[in-house]
Design a protein around this ligand. Structure first.
Ligand SMILES: [Zn+2]
Length: 367
């Protein structure tokens, strides 16, 4: 009998609560041979039961290393379960194999960047902010999104058939890409609605900027991998590069990750071009031999994605929500399932691709 790709112990790395995920991360990080430190940062908002929520940060290797692999999970809260498992799997392997970072290389792991979103099964943070639309210059007027304004009332409709018909008509008139940009490209006027980029810097953005500063990451060669789920083919981990197509970042990404790299700005990705991505905050401090990629694991496709997220935004449009109600639980179960399918096959694909992409990044940093 053939053995499974991953043993059951690896699949148990997919946690079901932020507290368990965080405890697992700290325990596994503490066991690794080259841990320099493991620290945590408290989220200003609490979980549904009033519990404290943490972002954990671990550094493996020398603090003087000039090359750093940065692995981030939970940027989009509810998408964090897979990223958390990939980080845990990496740490577990490091310990089991006595793995050490290559010379002059360190690994920075940021676990549950948006722990509030994980705890509440939401993509946004406690201020309704999508962290991956929040990295704009707030000293300038926010970028307009007239498509979102035109669709806003439609998006919040309970009647799913009327909503689908309205969106279909918009796509017929303007194209599918224009529809996806209008809905998900980022908007800066509606804190209750989806893909809201915020009125100012989010808590998590300030934390990222603090970490960049504390670890002088602007002086390092960086391989940043931000782990997401919910977009693209089921189980496939797409390497999305939001650097400009003709840029050093894209050349580095292609050198390291090969032809699998997709570019939203060239129209080759499951992801459309977006405003305020966290990528841009990192691009601004990166040298010419660094790159930032999103590792995006697909689940159930774009239409179910929008339906799922919109149901969650309608639920939270009238807060506070009744966490124990059947309707809330149904919306939250759908969120959980969309962003982390309870399927061993999907979880094996996530871990396998995670190992592969991490290996490519570490090899890339050595060349
Ligand atoms: Zn995401």
């Amino acid at each position: 009998m053939l053995s499974p790709v991953f043993p059951p112990t690896s699949l148990r790395l997919f946690s079901s609560s932020v507290a368990d995920a965080g405890a697992q991360f700290s325990r596994l990080a503490s066991a690794t041979p080259r841990l320099l430190f493991c620290d945590h940062h408290v989220c200003p908002a609490t979980g549904p039961a009033g519990e404290e929520l943490l972002t954990d940060v671990a550094w493996l290797g020398s603090d003087g290393a000039s090359k750093v692999l940065v692995l981030i999970s939970g940027t989009h809260g509810a998408e964090g379960w897979a990223g958390s498992a990939v980080q845990a799997d990496f740490l577990q392997q490091a310990t089991e194999r006595g793995w050490q970072p290559p010379a002059d290389t360190a690994v920075l792991l940021i676990h549950a960047l948006n722990p509030w979103g994980m705890a509440w099964d939401r993509r946004c943070d406690h201020d309704g902010i999508d962290l991956n639309r929040n990295f704009i210059d707030f000293d300038q007027p926010p970028p307009p999104n007239s498509g979102y304004l035109a669709l806003r009332d439609l998006l919040m409709l309970e009647d799913s058939r009327a909503r689908a018909e309205g969106l279909r008509l918009y796509a017929e008139k303007h194209g599918q890409t224009a529809l996806e940009i209008a809905v998900s490209g980022g908007q800066y006027m509606d804190p209750v609605g989806p893909f809201f980029g915020g009125f100012g810097k989010s808590h998590a953005r300030q934390l990222i900027e603090k970490l960049i500063n504390d670890f002088t990451l602007g002086e390092k060669q960086l391989a940043v991998i931000d782990l997401h789920t919910g977009l693209g083919p089921y189980g496939y981990g797409e390497i999305i590069c939001d650097h400009q197509p003709d840029s050093d970042g894209t050349r580095v990404a292609r050198n390291w990750y090969g032809d699998a790299v997709t570019l939203p700005l060239a129209g080759t990705s499951s992801s459309v071009p977006k405003l305020g991505l966290m990528d841009y905050g990192w691009h601004a401090i990166m040298n010419a031999s660094s790159c930032f990629v999103t590792l995006e694991y697909g689940t159930y496709g774009t239409e179910p994605l929008f339906d799922t997220i919109l149901a969650d935004h309608r639920l939270h449009a009238t807060s506070p929500i009744d966490w124990s109600s059947a309707h809330t639980q149904q919306v939250k179960n759908t969120m959980r399932r969309h962003f982390c399918p309870p399927d061993k096959q999907w979880q094996e694909m996530v871990l396998w691709r995670g190992r592969q992409v991490i290996r490519l990044a570490l090899e890339g940093l050595q060349h």
